[in-house]
Design a protein around this ligand. Structure first.
Ligand SMILES: [Zn+2]
Length: 270
C-alpha cells in the first residue's frame, strides 16, 4: 500500500512504509480550506482546554471550540458538516506535545496498561516533538489525524474507530480539494465501516448503525458503485426504526444515486 504516513516522517516516524491499516479481507473555500470569517471571530470561539496525557502524565492545553458560537450552516450528502466560523473537525484530535500520543478528544483518556506500553514502545520512542499554532490549518489537522490513526493502530482499536478517523481525514482533504488523497481515505473509511458492520457493535462515536449504513451508501456513490450504493441506502430508508431526518436524507441520496447512474449510462451510450 502507498505510505499514507509520509507526512509523519518529520515527526520521527521513518519506518512506516509497510504498515497495514486493516487486516481484514472484506472487500467552497479559502486556499488552506479553513472557513474563517475573520481572525477576530475565530479567536473568540477558541479556548484552552487542559489535558493530562495518559501515557506520560504531562499536563498540556489544546484549543477547543466554544459550543454555541459556531453555527452549523449545512451538511453535505456524506454528512460532512459546514460551520459558519470554523470547522470543529480540525480541532478534534488531541496531541500530547511531549510524547506523541494522539487520539480524538472523546477517547484520549481511554488507554489500557497494555496499550500504554505499546504506545511507549512504538510511538514515544520515535516521536520528535512538534508545536502546533493556536489556529490549526487543514494541513496541520491532517498531520494530527494521521498521528492519531497511527496511535489507534498501535492501540489495536476496532476497525470502526480507524474508519471514523479515515472518514474525517477524507473530509479535510475534500476541503483542501485534494481529491486523490480524499479517495484514498474514503476507501479506507469504506473498508473499515464494512468490517465494523460485520463484526462490531454500534455506535461508533456519534454514528449509529443506520447512519453508518447511510455513509457507506454515499461512499459507494462517490466511487460510482451505484448498485451497492442503492443496496445500502435501501437498508436505511426501509428500516422501520429510521428517524424521519435520516430517512429524508436517504430518499434524497437515493434520487441522487439514480440520477448519477443514469447520467453515467447515457454517457457510455453516446
Ligand atoms: Zn504524553
Amino acid at each position: 500500500m502507498e505510505n499514507i504516513f509520509e507526512d509523519l516522517k518529520s515527526l520521527g516516524f521513518n519506518n512506516l512504509d509497510e504498515v497495514e491499516l486493516f487486516t481484514s479481507d472484506v472487500k467552497e473555500k479559502t486556499a488552506d480550506g479553513a472557513k474563517i470569517n475573520s481572525v477576530v471571530s475565530l479567536e473568540s470561539v477558541l479556548y484552552d482546554k487542559t489535558y493530562i496525557c495518559p501515557i506520560c502524565d504531562k499536563v498540556f492545553t489544546s484549543k477547543a471550540i466554544r459550543s454555541g458560537k459556531n453555527r452549523l450552516m449545512s451538511v453535505d450528502t456524506g454528512l460532512k458538516p459546514l460551520y459558519d466560523i470554523v470547522d470543529p473537525i480540525l480541532y478534534e484530535c488531541i496531541v500530547c506535545p511531549s510524547c506523541g500520543y494522539a487520539a480524538l478528544g472523546k477517547v484520549f483518556s481511554s488507554v489500557s496498561p497494555k496499550q500504554s506500553s505499546w504506545i511507549r514502545e512504538k510511538i514515544c520512542s520515535q516521536y520528535k516533538g512538534q508545536n502546533y499554532p493556536d489556529i490549526i490549518t487543514p494541513k496541520d489537522a491532517i498531520e494530527r489525524y494521521k498521528l492519531a490513526l497511527l496511535n489507534a493502530m498501535v492501540k489495536k482499536v476496532k476497525d470502526g474507530e480507524k474508519a471514523y478517523l479515515c472518514l474525517k481525514i477524507a473530509w479535510i482533504y475534500r476541503d483542501m480539494e485534494d481529491s486523490e488523497n480524499e479517495k484514498v481515505f474514503m476507501q479506507y473509511a469504506l473498508t473499515g465501516f464494512l468490517n465494523a458492520y460485520n463484526k462490531e457493535r454500534f455506535p461508533i462515536f456519534e454514528l449509529d448503525e443506520l447512519t453508518t449504513a447511510y455513509i457507506i451508501a454515499d461512499l459507494y456513490r462517490r466511487f460510482e458503485e451505484y448498485d451497492k450504493a442503492m443496496q445500502w441506502v435501501g437498508y436505511v430508508i426501509l428500516d422501520k426504526h429510521v428517524s424521519l431526518k435520516l430517512k429524508t436524507r436517504g430518499l434524497h441520496l437515493k434520487s441522487l444515486i439514480k440520477e448519477e447512474k443514469n447520467n453515467k449510462s447515457s454517457i457510455h451510450q453516446n
